[in-house]
Design a binder for this molecule. Structure first.
Ligand SMILES: Nc1ncnc2c1ncn2[C@@H]1O[C@H](COP(=O)(O)OP(=O)(O)O)[C@@H](O)[C@H]1O
Ligand SMILES: [Mg+2]
Length: 621
């Protein structure tokens, strides 16, 4: 029987292979069947490499079959799955199947590392090599990052960060362990590839990952979108649990938890999006929780709000509000720390004053924060507030704006108590070069987790910043670990805390304070505990502090608090205000509009019938 005439009509039969008619029919049938049924293809022909048995024919478990179908049928696939559950294997099968049986498919695998992409490509290549010859399309290109078949279908592997990936217009894209891509790369990738794929006919995106936190995580965002109401892009979610993998039972769970811990189990096997990438925060979660709980307590004790005191600007045109929780006490030692912003409404300029007498109870006693204050105004405010605490040691970073502040404090106000942690040319302030900031951050972390130090923080915005102050992604570079605020979050409050803490390190504190008592940590390190109260204050400083407007306002407010009778209260308030105005030689500031009572009318202003100001030319006095 002559079978030769059939030979070349079947794909990739060895040149001189002679087969029977039955065999030919079988092969044709198998090709059709595989093309029709991806599960059959996988379970019959796809080989995998296993740890214990070497290369074996894969037998899909039930959930994997569902996943393969899912990849085949859906075009916006997002998979949440446990570690080592075979999710990567499933899309490799899908891609090989697709490219073998369909022409002109352009598929791309993006993994967070090039090595991973290559490893996944090699699985596809091994799968291909072990297909029966007659099932294979002919190969045109074959290297570790690329396979192209005679049918013009092509698979490529890239590292997600690679620019080459963005130049390749694929119609199928697989993003592996997507949750582990740094936010900026994930975003960039997504904005460049998503439009290409979604505009392609039958363009398909497959995202697979184990979870990795919720903050600044595009994978998390997409997963939420896929499971939510506003799923405009039509994402389809697919969950594969640890128990979906045969052999993973309660015993497996127990022994895994015993070896990797509850937290990693929750994330890597139970697929929980842990509320945040906790490990990245400078201040550990339990400490942040502690501070939050205390805030509740302060609220209950009525000491949370402190007193708002006003600082009238030099030209008396503006009033700034500062918060005072405790006024100056000459038996205490203070430390002031600042962070300067440009004053353009984005970041805030912040000044915090801390009572550092007892390091087991460092107290935030006063705070100023404003995102619309110029450096000149801020210098004025810093001087005013610090004066009210007898000019404590003042620390601020001496970057461009910081140096501006320092110069003004020194030159204009004669403020002498500024730290000298800069360099020869720029001695004042602290020079935050690449190793200082990480060091400061590490010390803060130590301090917050060492028994013996504690902080009283009444400013909730500072505690909130702890939530978003996280380790900086250094993208594989092994540089000093540094910390920063997440995108769109602020760090101006926490930076003042970091610099305040920085000065309290055992090897620095002696330069600025007199340590009268120390303690030994459980690790045998000697830390400072109590600083000499008010050791630096002169009588002049003390009287200046106690006569400062801030101190006086605080005290006045306190007096008012104690008066129950409303009439009496009002009288006292008027009296207080008059005294303050008199003593500070200025008319007490009120917003301009409030001052336009009838007695003040003199030209320039018109009152219409209903007594409202209609035309507003500005005050003429
Ligand atoms: N059905 C299966 N039977 C046997 N081994 C499998 C099966 N599915 C996957 N594997 C193997 O399990 C390991 C993990 O698979 P992989 O796809 O890398 O998982 P994941 O991407 O979820 O971490 C691989 O060695 C793979 O070959
Ligand atoms: Mg994988």
């Amino acid at each position: 029987m002559d079978t030769r005439r059939y030979v070349y009509s079947i794909k990739k039969i060895a040149e001189n292979e002679i087969i029977t008619k039955e065999e030919y029919a079988f092969r044709l049938n198998e090709i059709a069947k595989c093309k029709r049924d991806i599960i059959y293809f996988a379970n019959t022909y796809f080989k995998i490499l296993t740890m214990d048995k070497g290369i074996v024919q894969i037998k899909l478990y039930k959930k994997q079959e569902e996943l393969l179908k899912f990849f085949k049928d859906e075009n916006r696939c997002i998979v949440l799955s446990a570690r080592q559950s075979g999710k990567s294997s499933m899309y490799t099968i899908y891609l090989l199947w697709l490219c073998c049986f369909f022409p002109e498919k352009r598929a791309m695998i993006l993994a967070n590392k090039a090595a991973t992409a290559i490893e996944i490509m090699s699985r596809i290549q091994m799968g291909y090599e072990r297909l029966p010859n007659w099932l294979k399309p002919r190969v045109i290109v074959w290297n570790k990052g690329q396979i192209m078949f005679a049918n013009k279908s092509e698979i490529r592997g890239f590292a997600s960060s690679s620019d080459a990936a963005r130049g390749f217009s694929a119609n199928v894209i697989c993003l592996d362990e997507f949750a582990f891509l740094p936010k900026n790369i994930a975003d960039k990738l997504f904005t460049s590839i998503y439009p290409v794929v979604s505009s392609a006919k039958n363009g398909k995106i497959i995202i697979v990952s184990t979870p990795n936190g919720t903050v600044e995580n595009l994978y998390y965002d997409l997963w939420q979108q896929a499971n939510g109401m506003n799923n405009n892009e039509g994402w389809k979610p697919f969950e594969m649990h640890w128990w979906d993998v045969p052999g993973r039972d309660e015993k497996f769970k127990e022994s895994t938890i015993a070896s990797i811990g509850e937290r990693r189990w929750a994330q890597e096997f139970a697929c929980e999006f842990l509320s945040d990438a906790e490990n990245r925060k400078l201040i550990p979660d339990d400490i942040i929780e502690k501070f939050k709980k205390r805030i509740e307590q302060y609220k209950a004790d009525n000491i949370l709000d402190g007193k708002t005191v006003q600082i009238v600007s030099q030209n008396q045109e503006k009033v700034f509000n500062a918060k005072v929780w405790k006024p100056f006490d000459q038996t205490r030692t203070y430390l002031a720390s600042a962070d300067v912003a440009e004053g353009t409404g984005n970041d805030s300029s912040v000044l915090n004053i801390w009572d550092v007498t007892d390091l087991s109870n460092i107290e935030q006693v006063a705070k100023f924060s404003d995102n619309n204050v110029s450096v000149v105004e801020f210098a004025f405010i810093c001087n005013k507030m610090c004066e009210a605490y007898a000019n404590p040691v003042f620390i601020v970073e001496n970057n461009a704006v910081g140096s501006g502040l320092i110069d003004m404090l020194r030159m204009t106000y004669g403020y002498s108590n500024i730290v000298r942690e800069g360099n020869k040319n720029n001695p004042y302030g602290i020079r935050s070069h690449s190793s200082i900031k990480p060091k400061a951050c590490m010390w803060v972390r130590d301090m917050f987790t060492t028994a013996g130090f504690d902080w009283v923080i009444k400013d909730y915005s500072l505690i909130k910043e702890m939530e978003t102050f996280v380790k900086k992604e250094t993208l594989g570079k092994t540089s000093n670990t540094t910390y920063q605020a997440l995108q769109n979050a602020h760090d101006d409050q926490i930076v003042t805390l970091i610099w305040a803490a920085y000065l309290l390190q055992p090897d620095l504190i002696d330069r600025y304070f007199v340590v009268v008592e120390t303690f030994m940590s459980s690790l045998g390190i000697i830390y400072p505990k109590t600083l000499a109260p008010g050791v630096e204050y002169t009588n002049e400083e003390i009287s200046k502090a106690q006569n400062s407007r801030i101190f006086r306002e605080y005290m006045n407010e306190k007096i008012l608090d104690e008066i129950k009778d409303e009439n009496q209260k009002e009288k006292q308030a008027t009296f207080n205000k008059r005294m303050l105005d008199k003593d500070f030689g200025m008319e007490y500031f009120e917003p301009a509009v409030d001052r336009f009572d009838k007695s003040n009318v003199n030209g320039g202003y018109f009152i219409d019938g209903d007594g409202t100001w209609d035309d507003f030319d500005g005050p003429s006095w």
